[in-house]
Design a protein around this ligand. Structure first.
Ligand code: SF4
Length: 483
């Protein structure tokens, strides 16, 4: 039967064989509803059109206003792998001529996760799930035990690697030219985008994605463990793979990618600390967020129960990096504006952290991350933003809020050296908005955090700060203005 492929199901592992016929539908309404990053729109359309070109006569490729229009125009029965949003899942289930198959593109099945989580009785934590996935799939495991003796390998102290080879940019072609012309026309018609257009930076075909993966395994994986949490203003990539867009377009299958990384370790080409961290991100964190999205049914409106009452300010929503003096925040917004991507440390420690401190509405943040990042997906962002950065109702995700002060950012990055603020100052014109913001956040949420053993020390320190009322007043006055 013909397989309908959504834009995040473009790799060969979403088909049953190399001769299976395919339906591809481009829905313009998706871009009419919300303002996506221009480079994200380009990536998605380019990936669909490249897949259609690869498949040739095997593909029916329709450009329509909505998916409903596309299905009506095609008119025959199709099957589709489980979509990645509730909205799409509900839509395909309601179609008489669509058969919905189990999800693909993740390591653990829905059924396996549900069986595992049901057995944990409400304590379905990431660390346990990661161990379960490693054992179930035999990743870095010998005799049922982790290679090296620990499930999570500590990285030895040492200098952060710098000057690593960034991923080579893909070469654009005539399909990209056509996409760019279409998006220019849509913008002229009134469809809004955020961010800047630029030559494409991420893969849109499986061949490009495999090239990108090979480059990472050789040049950056060996250093990944040591650079995982670091942030450098001049280097957006550090040792990160940047493969999330390829996983999330379905161009790469995550389990074989992790097996390739393990093979690099077994061949002595990458240390265990780097390979284990990569495995943790892909078969642990990525799959875990995917399954929580469906298992806990955490979405809108559950996410909106989280405390956070303030809308995202315009300067943040529109990536107006120039209006921000705080160097870490300005750099992060500029990276998103120019690339549609930052690595996870910047997302969490700068962007998510600032939103937590200022009490921005979690649903706004989920929507923003999904629209502004080329790899942003609702299922990933709800777990990340609502659960971790927002420390909301998802006790399954994390046991402590992810809010940190400017001194933490200073230790992890080179941002503070060139900033007009001082990470150690909490009061006065040089006061770091992250340091004052952190203390104000603790003060605002102290009753909710009371009793959380991981926050006991921070709350005790807070109680000893004599100028706290002035700090809180200062940060309230700063409000939603760009810092
Ligand atoms: Fe960011 Fe504060 Fe450091 Fe400036 S001093 S870069 S605002 S953490």
């Amino acid at each position: 039967m013909r397989r309908w492929l959504f834009a995040d199901q473009l790799g060969p592992h979403f088909l049953d064989g190399e001769h299976q016929p395919v339906l591809l539908i481009e829905s313009k309404a998706v871009f009419r509803r919300r303002a996506f990053h221009r480079q994200k729109a380009h990536l998605v359309l380019s990936a669909i059109r490249h897949r259609a070109a690869e498949l040739g006569d095997r593909a029916v490729h329709l450009k329509t206003e909505t998916y409903r229009d596309g299905l009506r125009r095609y008119g025959e029965v199709v099957e589709v792998c489980h979509p990645t949003t509730r909205r799409a899942r509900d839509f395909v289930r309601a179609q008489e001529k669509v058969t919905v198959l189990p999800a693909r593109g993740f390591v653990t099945s829905h059924e396996d996760f549900a069986t595992w989580a049901d057995g944990r009785r409400g304590a379905a934590r990431l660390d346990d799930f990661y161990r379960h996935a490693r054992q179930a799939h035999g990743i870095l495991v010998e005799g049922g035990e982790p290679v090296g003796g620990r499930w999570q390998v500590r990285v030895a102290d040492g200098p952060r690697p710098t000057g690593l080879a960034p991923p080579p940019a893909p070469v654009e072609d005539a399909i990209d030219d056509e996409v760019r012309a279409d998006l220019d026309r849509w913008a002229a018609e009134g469809i809004e985008f955020i961010g800047r257009d630029a030559p494409r930076q991420f893969p849109v075909t499986r061949a490009e994605a495999l090239d990108r993966q090979r480059h990472f395994l050789i040049h950056r994986l060996p250093h990944f463990g040591r650079a995982d949490d670091a942030m450098l203003a001049a280097d957006p990539w550090l040792a990160h793979s940047g493969l999330s867009t390829s996983f999330n377009l379905g161009l790469l299958d995550p389990l074989p990618a992790v097996r390739e990384a393990e093979a690099a370790f077994r061949a002595g080409l990458a240390p265990l600390s780097s390979v284990e961290r990569f495995a943790r991100q892909v078969i642990g964190w990525r799959d875990y967020l995917w399954h929580l999205y469906w298992y806990l049914d955490v979405g809108y409106p559950a996410g909106s129960r989280a405390p956070g009452r303030t809308s995202i300010p315009e300067w943040f929503a529109t990536l107006d990096a120039e209006s921000v003096h705080a160097r870490c925040l300005s750099s992060a917004l500029a990276a998103v504006r120019d690339l549609g991507w930052t690595h996870h440390a910047t997302r969490l420690t700068v962007l998510g952290n600032y939103a937590v401190q200022r009490g921005w509405r979690p649903t706004d943040m989920v929507d923003w991350f999904e629209r502004a990042f080329v790899d942003g997906r609702e299922w990933a962002m709800i777990g990340n933003v609502v659960g971790m950065a927002r420390h909301a109702e998802l006790s399954a995700v994390t046991t402590e809020p992810y809010a940190v002060s400017g001194t933490h950012i200073n230790r992890a990055s080179d941002f503070c050296a060139g900033c007009r603020y001082d990470p150690k100052q909490r009061l006065g014109p040089d006061a770091c908005p992250f340091t004052g913001g952190y203390l104000t956040y603790l003060h605002r949420t102290r009753e909710r955090l009371h009793g959380n053993v991981r926050m006991t020390r921070a709350l005790k320190q807070l109680a000893r700060i004599t100028d706290l009322p002035a700090i809180v007043a200062q940060e309230r006055a700063r409000g939603s203005q760009a810092p």
